[in-house]
Ligand binder design. Structure first.
Ligand SMILES: Nc1nc2c(c(=O)[nH]1)N[C@H]1C(S)=C(S)[C@@H](COP(=O)(O)O)O[C@H]1N2
Ligand SMILES: [Mo]
Length: 549
């Protein structure tokens, strides 16, 4: 009460005609004060949230003007969160939320920030400075998160700091606008004036909201205009001078419901740490090749397209893919052999790692021996006949057959360092994942689907199997732990792709478990022991339970 009263009394005269004044302390005023104070609390919390919204809007605009959308507070916090999230939690998030994991992360962050902002508003009722500092603190934390990200400098803090100042200023103004309310409505019980917020508070709130929405919206518009979709549409890919084998007609198992051999770009799985897709304009793009080389190379996109290009069929797999999981896809990639570029640069003796870096600072370590062993390791610009989609690395990415994506498939690649594993570690290897990660031999059952109900009789059991750069030589299927039956293998363009398979089952009534296993061309059958993806890829046999009637 005391603070409310003194605030009311320090207001300049004439601002409000119905200030509480000394009457505040009368018993009738005190009885009436309860609902008013509760309303006050809500308003104070709302002021905190509105102030934080102003801060976010200002930061969004600042980040957009700087052309650094990813340094805006929520994204900076989210990205830093991804960087520091313990491995187990990350795996759980991917398992639980799948492709929505990033949306869930951002929504939780937004909810958390809203709660903190509301608390800051409440705090400001009693301790104005502390509340204002708390709102500004949100921005400072975001600034620290932005600076802590790989490949950033001190400037990354600026948008969040701008947001901190704007948020603090907004809270001060809002509190000022609200202070007359501290006195509550007229002490005159017969006064018919509405007990709700007065106009001044409403106006201040609405004004603040408008400022937050317009700055944030403007930021979004500016960021959207930096989108490189138009630049991508303008790219004309030359035809390959060295086309690889085409996908043979027999590569597709003709059973309804089978996934296509070539995954359409729009359906291709996406895995990366980027909360906002890096927008890399091919006009600005250069690739630097340096480190332990005799002649560092710098390449523009135009120069890259003028080089002899090859295209190849390569299946990509994510190490996070669980047995039976969806993080695998197949495409035809167009690009320049990495070995050609590296030989031009002249790899020095003693180097064993190709450390690639993306425009957003993600890094990836690939064994040099693998890149140079004659396989079709590519600096790719095309995917299934079109420029790389932005989500898949436009304008250029790496594709190395036989290795999981996290050690081979850098999207938005801008830098290649020839180095040593002993000297530099890549993003995921620093987080405990294996240094060297060849794709493990794996079969997947696509049909029938888990828990599907089937009619007794002939049932096509079908799926894909992969053992990139070794090739799949056999797939076998068994029912209820019985004998293994060889599946029919479809044809393939080469050893770097997955392979479809089908086995005709004479299904009998009952509940049955179907299992599959693949054997690669080195004669090794896939590992039966079930292990999770961390740290070098899942093993175990896929299985599906179905009911036959
Ligand atoms: N810049 C960047 N490139 C990246 C990643 C990433 O997080 N950032 N993730 C890698 C991982 S783990 C995989 S599995 C593949 C996935 O490629 P895709 O999204 O095109 O399917 O990209 C790789 N390239
Ligand atoms: Mo991955």
């Amino acid at each position: 009460m005391a603070s409310q009263k003194s605030r009311a009394e320090t207001k300049p005269a004439g601002v409000r005609l119905r200030m509480g004044g000394v009457n505040d302390t009368t018993p009738s005023r005190r009885r009436r004060s309860l609902p008013v104070r509760i309303a006050d609390r809500w308003w104070a919390a709302l002021a905190g949230v509105l102030a934080a919204a102003v801060g976010l809007g200002a930061a969004e605009l600042a980040a957009a003007l700087a052309g650094q959308a990813a340094t805006a507070p929520i994204l900076a916090l989210g990205s830093a969160g991804i960087d520091v999230t313990p491995q187990g939690l990350k795996a759980w998030a991917i398992r639980t939320f799948g492709d929505n994991d990033k949306a869930v992360l951002l929504a939780s962050l937004g909810a958390g920030a809203t709660v903190v902002a509301a608390l800051a508003g409440l705090l400001a009722r009693r301790h104005r400075t502390a509340g204002v500092c708390a709102v500004a603190g949100l921005g400072v934390v975001a600034a620290a998160a932005a600076v802590g990200r790989p490949q950033t400098d001190g400037w990354a803090a600026v948008p969040s700091l701008v947001g901190a100042l704007a948020g603090a200023a907004a809270l001060i103004l809002l509190l000022r606008a609200m202070s007359p309310r501290g006195a509550g409505p007229s002490p005159d019980a017969n006064d018919a004036a509405p007990a709700g917020p007065d106009r001044r508070v409403l106006l201040a709130g609405a004004g603040t909201l408008a400022v937050a929405a317009s700055t944030g919206g403007l930021g979004r518009v500016i960021t959207a205009r930096r989108n490189v979709s138009a630049a991508r549409r303008g790219v004309r890919l030359p035809p390959p001078t060295g086309p690889g084998p085409a996908v043979p007609a027999g590569a597709q198992v003709r059973v309804p419901g089978m996934p296509p051999f070539t995954t359409p770009n729009g359906a291709f799985y996406r895995v990366d740490t980027a909360l906002v897709l890096p927008q890399v304009d091919p006009a600005d793009w250069t690739l630097r090749i340096g480190g332990m080389v005799d002649r560092p190379v710098e390449l523009t996109f135009e120069e890259l397209l003028r080089r002899p290009l090859i295209d190849r069929e390569v299946t990509l797999t994510c190490v996070s893919n669980e047995v039976g999981g969806p993080y695998v896809g197949h495409a035809r990639w167009l690009g320049v052999p990495l070995a050609v570029l590296l030989r031009e640069a002249g790899v020095r003796a003693g180097a064993d790692q190709l450390l690639s870096r993306s425009a957003d600072g993600w890094t990836c370590g690939t064994p040099l021996s693998v890149v140079l062993d004659g396989r079709d390791a590519l600096l790719a610009v095309g995917m299934n006949g079109v420029p790389l989609p932005i989500a898949h690395g436009f304008p250029a990415r790496l594709v190395v057959p036989g290795l999981y994506g996290y050690v081979s498939a850098t999207k938005w690649v801008v830098d290649l360092q020839v180095t040593r594993y002993a000297d530099q570690a890549a993003y995921w290897t620093r987080r405990g994942w294996a240094t060297d990660a060849p794709v493990k031999t794996m079969a997947r059952i696509d049909l029938p689907r888990p828990l599907q109900r089937l009619r007794a009789g002939r049932v096509a059991v079908a799926g894909v199997a992969w053992a990139q750069h070794r090739g799949v030589d056999a797939v076998e299927v068994r029912v209820d732990g019985g004998p293994w039956h060889p599946a029919r293998l479809a044809t393939v363009p080469g050893i770097d792709t997955w392979r479809q398979w089908v086995w005709e089952w004479n299904a009998t009534p009952g509940t049955h478990r179907l299992e599959a296993r693949a054997t690669d061309a080195t004669g090794r059958t896939q590992i039966s022991e079930r292990v999770p993806p961390f740290p070098s890829g899942a093993t175990g046999r896929p299985s599906v339970v179905v009911t036959v009637t």
